[in-house]
Design a protein around this ligand. Structure first.
Ligand code: 26W
Length: 811
């Protein structure tokens, strides 16, 4: 391994500054220094990447291709330096050259190429795949604009564009020589030649896909994978021919269409819009990816017959589902295979992970749009659908079930069913979620092919989410759990369990948390001009804003606390600070109203002297990876309160746990498995179980009765109607809960049903906090038992049970 010394880094940085910016270190600014750091590390990783790929080729290793429309990478400088083992040297080199390392790191924009959980999961898995020495590549779109930047103006969310590439592009290596053409529209012409039916697509438009590669270094290994981001360009030469034919308008139209494809990440999380540009994005990135994988395979093996033995294509939710017909197209039209052989190879190459059960997130495309945009892929999809339907009909002999499992029905293409038909495995992301997939959402398909369905519970990169962001806690873990071994063996965290009654250890743990809270308070003051009280319990809910995640339930409870304080100013023994961070999809009006409500309530409490030093609500602007990295180490309570059955897994819950926060939560997603290792005594569970919640929704639920019967709830809901000192009424939310609107049933996510149980859980939590020794012991056990939620464990499971690729061992 080429580990740099401080001196070597200083020299390399100095040279980079001169070569790229024509400046000495004294003349250079922080931004130039940041870029120089990125370029120096990129060079080192590129060399390792070449070596990794050479060895992969030479040993003919099987490769994993991880396709995702989202990779929420966050910042890379500290991470890469850490994985390369040069973080201390880099910091020192920067200081020697007259820079503050922290200030330089802070300038790096987040690569926000994702919405939330699904995108961040992909980023954590890239780290683990490199660290476990699995030959793997991630594929996505090189969006010009990532997830929008959120500003709060007069309590409301305003979206600003996130042009991250100005500095962020320093990590990217564009490879224009490896560009691929992706074709849209046109018509098909069929002809016979040499006894074969040939099909060619004529006319339409072509878009150039230019790869921009980002190297992904593993920890404690020289194994380096890459993330390949496709940029969309107009193929100028082709368009010039249109010009000469006089089709000026068409030529410019095509150019505009080409470049708009990679313009922006769709900011909708768990809500499918059915927009044609989104389908173009999906096919653009899928086609470029499959072409590049197939070409590389052909170059190496000269045949596609063994493609499935040397490649596995993992698709992150249904967004890249077009890989199935696209791989078929290449096997049929380019490799000249027959249907059955092509189908066998495809279905042994593709594997699908589902990340949501929300009906509105299930991707469906109008057949007419599909057919017009992707004529050949449509033909193949229709044939896949026809054969699958035949198979289902023969198996079920029940038209209702045939309809349910169909890939194409009533002029609609259903992507999840396409993935089930064309994939070798289908998995959910937590035990409960996978059970719901098998027994409910995909019940019929699962009856037909039960062996296809499995579970791999999510995990998070514990090197980033513990060691890197929480150096104090990392130090404690090293002292108690056998040094840095846990970095490669997350289950070693379990050794902390033995210290749960060691007062000295618990005191250290509590000091670390205290210092982290103070640091976060200083950051919040500097960023947002809010004064956080480090003596208060830091009670945190950060995640995308969605009704099923029930930020509104959290708010209802805070209003109840506030009203109690009005009646009795001594009602709260322990000061409490409730922190929220959440982006709402720009078109999700109710979510935006909830953000405004949080800000109205925060303002009310802020201006009420009774609350001073006792109760505080803060909405943290622009929640993103780099903010989460500062917040997790300072958090004490983790709010994971989704309606049971709705949150596929959650991964924030794991990050909080690793950093010693205690969970107030429902038995949903991976909270169930957290409960398995923690027991009732180390978390604060409450509320309906998923079967109970489903039954209640099914059997007709009457929130108005709860409103009539529970005086606390009654008063809280009335406060929504009245509003707060800013004069904004939230009668719309009040009505939505009690009466429903726009076809949504009253209180669809059962907030009122869980309200009193939630208040009780919060009360138990506050009582536990009042006993610091008990609290710190619980916190320590949370950290100790979080090893199972490391991404290394999850990726090893994928490798063993789904991808069938060897890997470096983790425990
Ligand atoms: C088509 C629009 C759309 C966009 C994004 C639909 C669905 C999505 C994602 C699947 C939403 C998502 O991020 N799901 C989250 O995935 C995480 C990783 O598995 C889970 O931990 C979360 O529970 C799940 O909500």
């Amino acid at each position: 391994m080429t580990a740099f010394t401080t001196r070597e880094l200083e020299d390399a940085l100095t040279r980079k500054l001169m070569i790229n910016f024509g400046k000495t270190a004294e003349e250079a600014g922080e931004t130039e220094m940041l870029r120089a750091c990125a370029l120096v590390l990129r060079d080192a990783m590129a060399l390792r990447g070449v070596e990794t790929r050479r060895e992969t080729r030479q040993k003919e290793k099987k490769k994993v291709h991880y396709l995702s429309l989202e990779f929420l990478m966050g910042r890379s400088l500290q991470k890469n330096a850490y994985n390369l083992g040069v973080l201390p040297q880099l910091k020192e080199a920067l200081e020697h050259l007259g820079f503050q390392a922290g200030d330089v790191f802070e300038l790096e924009p987040d690569a926000g190429l994702g919405n939330g959980g699904l995108g961040r999961l992909a980023a954590c898995y890239l780290d683990s795949m490199s660290t476990l020495e699995i030959p793997a590549t991630g594929y996505s779109i090189c969006y010009e604009l990532g997830i929008f930047k959120q500003k709060i103006v007069e309590g409301q969310q305003v979206e600003l564009p996130d042009a991250w590439k100005g500095i962020g592009s320093a990590w990217l290596l564009p490879k224009p020589e490896e560009a691929r053409q992706v074709r849209f529209g046109g018509t098909l012409r069929e002809f016979w030649n040499d006894g074969h039916l040939h099909i060619v697509q004529e006319g339409g438009t072509t878009v150039l896909a230019v790869p921009c590669d980002m190297e992904i270094a593993g920890y404690n290994t020289s194994h380096t994978n890459k993330l390949r981001l496709w940029d969309a360009k107009s193929p100028k030469p082709v368009d010039m021919s249109l010009y000469s034919k006089g089709e000026y308008l068409k030529a410019t139209e095509d150019e505009a269409m080409a470049e708009v494809i990679a313009k922006v990440l769709y900011p909708d999380d768990n809500h499918e819009e059915g927009k044609s540009l989104r389908l173009k994005q999906q096919y653009f990135f899928v086609s470029a990816t499959v072409q590049s994988i197939a070409e590389e395979h052909m170059a190496e093996f000269g045949t596609m017959a063994n493609f499935h033995e040397k490649n596995v294509l993992q698709i992150n939710d249904t967004h890249p589902a077009l890989v199935i017909p696209e791989l078929m197209r290449i096997l049929l039209d380019d490799a000249g295979m027959g249907w059955d052989r092509a189908w066998e190879i495809t279905t042994q190459s593709v594997t699908y992970t589902n990340h949501t059960v929300l009906a509105e997130a299930l991707e469906k495309w109008p057949q007419a749009l599909f057919e017009r945009l992707l004529p050949r892929v449509w033909q193949i999809t229709a044939e896949i659908a026809r054969r699958w339907e035949e198979q289902c009909r023969a198996y079920f002999r029940d038209e209702e079930k045939v309809r349910d499992t169909a890939v194409v029905w009533d002029g609609v293409v259903r992507m999840a069913n396409l993935c089930i038909a064309g994939g070798m495995r289908v998995n959910g992301v937590s035990a409960l979620h996978s059970e719901i997939l098998k027994n409910e959402v995909f019940q019929n398909a699962c009856a037909m092919e039960p062996e296809k369905f499995t579970n791999v519970t999510n995990g998070v990169d514990h090197r980033r989410w513990l060691a890197e962001i929480n150096p104090g806690l990392h130090g404690l873990v090293c002292d108690l759990a056998g040094g840095e071994a846990y970095l490669m063996d997350p289950q070693a965290l379990g050794r902390l369990d033995a210290y749960a009654d060691d007062r000295e250890v618990l005191r250290r743990l509590s000091d670390i948390k205290r210092r982290n809270k103070e640091e976060f308070a200083a950051y919040a003051k500097q960023q947002q001009c809010v004064l956080l009280n480090p003596d208060a319990i830091f009670d945190v809910q950060v995640k995308r804003l969605h009704e099923y995640k029930r930020q509104l339930l959290n708010v209802l409870h805070i209003i109840a606390l506030y009203q109690r304080l009005q009646d009795d100013p001594n009602a709260i023994a322990r000061p409490r600070t409730f922190l929220f961070g959440a982006k709402a999809a720009p078109g999700y009006a109710v979510a935006k109203r909830i953000i405004r409500l949080i800000n109205s309530l925060a303002d009310q409490i802020d201006h009420d002297p009774i609350c001073s030093g006792k109760l505080q609500v803060v909405f943290l602007e622009n929640y993103r990876v780099s903010l989460a990295e500062r917040l997790m180490p300072a958090s004490e309570v983790s709010q994971q309160i989704s309606t049971a059955g709705k949150e596929a897994s959650g991964t924030g819950n794991m990050k909080f746990m690793m950093n010693g926060a205690l969970t107030v939560g429902t038995l949903d997603g991976a909270n169930v498995e957290m409960h398995d290792v923690l027991g009732d005594e180390n978390m604060f569970l409450f509320g309906l179980r998923s079967n109970e919640a489903a039954a209640l929704s099914r059997e007709g639920y009457l929130p108005q009765r709860l409103y009539a019967r529970d005086p606390v709830l009654h008063r809280v809901l009335d406060a929504l109607k009245t509003g707060f000192r800013d004069g904004v009424s939230y009668e719309d939310l009040y009505r939505r809960l009690l009466f429903g609107d726009h076809g949504a049933p009253a209180d669809e996510y059962l907030l009122l049903a869980d309200f009193s149980a939630y208040c009780d859980a919060e009360k138990r939590m506050a009582e536990a906090y009042a006993d610091p020794e008990r609290w710190n012991a619980m916190s320590l056990r949370n950290i100790a038992r979080s090893g199972v939620f490391a991404a290394d464990r999850a990726v090893a499971e994928y490798a063993d049970r789904i991808w069938h690729v060897p890997h470096r061992k983790v425990r």
